[in-house]
Design a binder for this molecule. Structure first.
Ligand code: KE4
Length: 427
């Protein structure tokens, strides 16, 4: 019997799982080749099923800000599991998690725990519609808020990667209630308010867009959204599934000083387990059942293992200096990359916000959906594989972010910079 390969593992998976993946962006479709099957991870490194080790900049698409298999997080999960894995009843850990989110994110007075970012954004939009009695929402082309019907209209992430930013299966009824604006373009939002202002329940935005690659809000953009929403009594929803506990304890809203009415969180919140949340003003959140009429529920919501992992993770990131150190290391990460890319024969530019970064194969600046689309995705695919061959695992798509963890030490960063230099020389 021949030893399995990633190709044979993938062929086997494809016989029972569409595309052999449980989430499309894992399929390597846009970078080419067969997806790599991973088996374990520790700190900044991930090991594939053949025992090959890579320095990991995917970090499970964001959650692993401490690094993989962080001892206190693993210990918390093991301890919680010994006491039972799910009760479907109230636990004090859920209250502690909700109190921690409220204490870290000032705009959040009350919060509801769910199991995924998609659940959080879907529920936040339903709540905004229930609270305002309005039906339309505004999203931004290229922003991704999970796979809820309302959002799969000109979406980012995998939807953009595979060229289906608007998904079949989303009904005209859903699509007609989703209005599209341009990221970093307040005039495009003003035009929608002019046309349908009193029908708009909410504007939902990734305050730092992470699903077109990383796009940074230009000065005035986020405050401008706040003002436009205030003017029409429309709710502002910050989708901080990526940026929450990534840019700081108060996420992007703390980083940029703009308070939304509702916030969605995920990824880091669960320390790698399925935990997400949405929260905001108490008068809005109290519209939720069983207090109010807006319904949302979940069998595994606030699951004891996920809350244990999340609380252990929060205990680490709340330690003094955690984000200063991470953001300082992220600055040198960017400087290393710029040094390694200098003199490259191909167009490139870098966008970074905190420990979120994207190298675009485009002359830049990349400031919105249209400029992100100018990226040379084929060149990115060649860069991806050149880095993979050198033991560096990047996102298998140009339209994603690279994530740094607290475990990415100087030695790992120096090795990465050297690999970039060699990879770019061969493009
Ligand atoms: P999940 O349902 O995947 O937990 O979260 C959806 C979501 C919501 N909001 C933002 C800003 C997000 O980035 C996401 C999910 N992010 C993608 C990667 N960009 C998850 C990876 C995947 O789809 O496999």
């Amino acid at each position: 019997m021949t030893a399995p390969s990633h190709e044979s593992r993938h062929a086997r998976a494809c016989r029972v799982i569409p595309g052999g993946v449980n989430s499309p962006v894992r399929a390597f479709r846009s970078v080419g080749g067969s997806p790599i099957f991973m088996r374990s991870a520790k700190g900044p490194r991930i090991t594939d099923a053949d025992g090959r080790e890579y320095i990991d900049f995917v970090c499970s698409w964001g959650p692993m800000i401490l690094g993989h298999a962080y001892p206190s997080v693993v210990a918390a999960i093991v301890k919680a599991a010994a006491d039972g894995t799910s009760f479907g009843a109230c636990t004090e850990a859920e209250t502690e998690m909700a109190e921690a989110i409220r204490d870290c994110v000032p705009s959040v007075e009350k919060v509801r725990l769910v199991c995924s970012g998609t659940e959080a954004t879907m529920s936040a939009v339903r709540l905004a519609r229930g609270y305002t009695g309005r039906e339309k929402i505004v999203k931004f082309r290229g922003c991704y808020h999970g796979h809820g019907d309302s959002f799969l209209i000109q979406a980012g992430s995998g939807a953009l990667t595979f060229g289906n930013p608007s998904s079949p299966g989303v009904t005209r009824g859903s699509a007609q209630d989703t209005l599209l604006a341009e990221y970093n373009d307040l005039d495009s939002v003003r035009a929608l308010f002019k046309a349908c202002g009193d029908e708009i329940a909410a504007v939902i935005v990734e305050p730092v867009a992470g699903n077109m690659g990383v796009l940074v809000p230009e000065p005035g953009f986020l405050p401008g959204l706040r003002a436009l929403c205030d003017g029409r009594k429309t709710l502002l929803i910050f989708d901080e599934v990526i940026t929450g506990f990534r840019l700081g304890l108060a996420g992007a809203q703390g980083y940029y000083g703009v308070a939304p009415d509702l916030t969605t969180l995920g990824k880091i919140l669960g320390g790698g387990l399925p935990l997400a949340a949405y929260g905001g003003r108490a008068d809005i959140m109290d519209q939720l059942s069983p207090v109010g009429p807006v319904y949302q529920a979940g069998t595994l919501a606030g699951n004891p293992l996920a809350t244990a992992a999340g609380l252990a993770m929060l205990a680490e990131v709340r330690k003094p200096g955690f984000y200063d150190t991470l953001n300082r290391r992220s600055e040198s990460w960017e400087a290393d990359l710029r040094g390694a890319l200098k003199g490259a024969s191909v167009p490139w530019c870098i966008n970074r916000a905190g420990s979120l970064l994207t190298v675009f194969f485009a002359a830049g600046p990349v400031r919105d959906y249209a400029s992100a689309l100018k990226s040379d995705t084929k060149l990115y695919g060649r860069f991806f594989h050149a880095m993979l061959d050198r033991g560096i695992y990047l996102a298998p798509s140009q339209f994603e972010a690279a994530f740094l963890s607290a475990a990415h030490d100087d030695q790992v960063m120096a090795r990465t910079a050297e690999a970039v230099k060699q990879a770019v020389a061969g493009l």
